[in-house]
Design a protein around this ligand. Structure first.
Ligand code: HEC
Ligand code: HEC
Length: 262
């Protein structure tokens, strides 16, 4: 038997107590009629999110180590199907586990559905994106790294540095001091995650989304091709590091812990 959540453990203890006649009226034991919700019957979004997701994606879907889920731009571009697929099966080559029982997780299909609907209901703002030309969630064509580097220089370098290693001047508003080309960071995210971040930005951290990176003269959204190319350029730093060992789990775990601690 798997014991993976605190509620489940408590329930197991109750079950063990119930098996022992005479213990059933011990102090603190629920009397007949007290409701104890079986963990697989829990369908409340807030409870499910807090128990299963907030540790990595942050309380309220922000400021965790992993991609912010409370981001209307992300939710609009990903849509229910992609969010459900990631929650069900997990995200390959990252710390994101699959939550469905079919993937070794603890959640029923109904619970995953409650999470997907809850995230969209609570955090999406569909009216803000009505009529907006959304970039595709996943890249169809392989990108071109050389073109990506050029697009990066125009759209990203002011906040992430000319070479992606970060901007160390704390006075520059909105700039990030962290490297986005460091192999230990890149070991934590697969290309789809990079793509989601490039499209949807980091809300609340002065990081814009795909519509507003090119802000000064000639302001325009990034094209789908530029998004592909930029992700390809960033991802190339994985290969050029030539270090498969950086893709192993301990490296990732350390990276995520570091991000959570910041
Ligand atoms: C152990 C940490 C961890 C937990 C727990 C976790 N996630 Fe994730 N999740 C990740 C990581 C890491 C990624 C991919 C890397 C990134 O984008 O930061 C990710 C990615 C995702 C994505 C895909 C993002 C994309 O690019 O489209 C979704 C959707 C998601 N998580 C939903 C959830 C939901 C819902 C829960 C709770 C049921 C959950 N996650 C629990 C770590 C976690
Ligand atoms: C206005 C400033 C700004 C611009 C422009 C910008 N970013 Fe960011 N970006 C940020 C900030 C701030 C963060 C938050 C991460 C952090 O803690 O440093 C971030 C986070 C990221 C991350 C996740 C890093 C992590 O450690 O989780 C990636 C990847 C990224 N940006 C890529 C890009 C790319 C690619 C572009 C250009 C298409 C871009 N950014 C444009 C400010 C910006």
């Amino acid at each position: 038997m798997k014991v993976a959540s605190r509620t489940f453990t408590t329930l197991t203890v109750y079950a063990a107590l119930a098996a022992c006649a005479g213990c059933t009226h011990a102090p603190g034991y629920p009397k007949p009629g007290d409701e104890v919700l079986r963990p697989d019957k829990e369908l409340d979004f807030q409870v499910l999110y807090k128990q299963n997701c907030s540790g990595c994606h942050g309380d309220d879907g922000r400021n965790g180590g992993a991609l912010p889920l409370n981001n209307p731009a992300y939710l609009a571009v990903a849509g229910a199907d992609n969010i459900r697929a990631a929650t069900t099966r997990g995200v390959g080559a990252t710390l994101m586990p699959g939550f469905a029982r079919s993937a070794g997780g603890m959640l029923t299909e109904q619970q995953i559905d409650a999470l997907v609907r809850g995230m969209l209901h609570t955090w999406a703002r569909p009216s803000e994106f009505a009529g907006v030309n959304l970039p595709p969630y996943s890249g169809s064509a392989p990108g071109n790294a050389a073109d990506g580097q050029k697009a990066y220089a125009v759209a990203c370098a002011r906040c992430h540095g000319a070479d992606g290693t970060g901007v160390k001047n704390p006075a520059q508003r909105g700039a990030s001091p962290h490297s986005i080309v460091d192999p230990s960071y890149l070991a934590l995210v697969n290309n789809q995650c990079l793509r989601s971040i490039v499209i949807a930005g980091h809300p609340g951290e002065d990081a814009p989304d795909w519509r507003s990176y090119i802000a000064s003269s000639g302001a325009r959204p990034l094209t789908a091709q530029e998004i592909n190319d930029i992700v390809t350029w960033i991802a190339e730093h994985r290969a050029s590091a030539g270090d498969q060992a950086s893709n192993n789990l301990p490296g990732r775990a350390t990276g995520l812990a570091g991000k959570e601690a910041k």
